[in-house]
Design a protein. Sequence first.
Length: 419
Amino acid sequence: MRFIDSLRSEILQKMETSNFGNLIHLIERSIGKSGAFGITHTTSLGLMASAHHAALDANSPTDVFETLMKSDALNSKHSMSDLMSMTYAEKSALWAYYGKAKMSTICAQLLLLHNSQNNKQNLFNGESTCQEVTNIINALVENGEYKLVDVVLNHAKERFNNLISNKIWISSERLFEFMKIMRHERWSEAENIANQISSLLPFESKLRFAEITIATGDYVAGLKLLSNTEENTILTASNRIQLMIVLSKILNLSAVSDQKFTSVNTFVLLNSALKIARTYHLSYYEAVIKMNLATLQLMIGMPNQALVLINEAMEQILAHGSCFDRGWAFTLNAQCLVATAPLDSKKRKLILQDAIEYLLKAKSYFQKIEAFSRIKSTTYFLSLIYNELGMKTKRNQFAFEYRQNNGENVIKSKIVTLF
């Protein structure tokens, strides 16, 4: 699961968790009345709310951002600095919602640039600014820049010390800590952090506990934890997709221990999630779901079909994905190449060499984010390929590295989880 998807703008989260029956009608009336009376501040707010609701209602992203442009025009014309910040924050949240992480980060940087005044008394330190600082933190986390994460987090702690803004950067800090601890495979500490964020982000807390059950192999507890989540919680499209992906992993791993067969329910869940992603224009989730489907197809002996899905998802993953997802994509691509390589020695040798290139790239990404178990599995796969190619020096190098990693910072569970 992507780190940046866990934290959107505060406005987005408040509206996501509420039930608005005739909201769009009320917003349209508000825009009309405030426009008639020349109340530009209310008109601009109404336009932002309209764009926001349209996004959650599966309207075209083109229409959503066109509405935000109208709000931008009003804000610039009347020099409404606070609403300019809110518009940038809304754009950043919506780009993240649609799966365009790079665009989300650009909007966050534009907000901070807009708010960078020489006179500190003129700085706008509202929730929107705090959210964009945490968006920068999230982007750094996903790219493995952990030292810079600490620097920006310290800035957020000093600059945003009021009660409301505290919740934003504290949530980001806790999720960052959870992610690092999970990759270092310290399960008990991860449980403590998942429990700590339950009051701030209840849904995220449940997903994090579910991730722990997957890592430790306690699938029954994971299913029990998530069984009534959709009925008892108001979820957005992105939340439902996250839930379906985690459930599909639990179902698959609990159905078979030998990884040769998989539950039909897993495919049904992922295809349902894919339909939701396409309906709501969530391009990154669409790519992630395809990668999960490709993983399942590879497991049941359908590498050619898996390779088709990987090629469809690869562009989105490389353009907007985290280091972890890029490493996953390269690893899965290499596995499919090896599985589809012909027995002819010359052709197979060329394909195996391509697979090595993908695995080396994947390994560099996993090393950057300290994903120790992924480093180990990638190293093991590399040693196998070098052995088949007869490259003994390289084989011994990676075999030695694998043995070194086996003694420290390695996977402790005997299960093979889906990425």
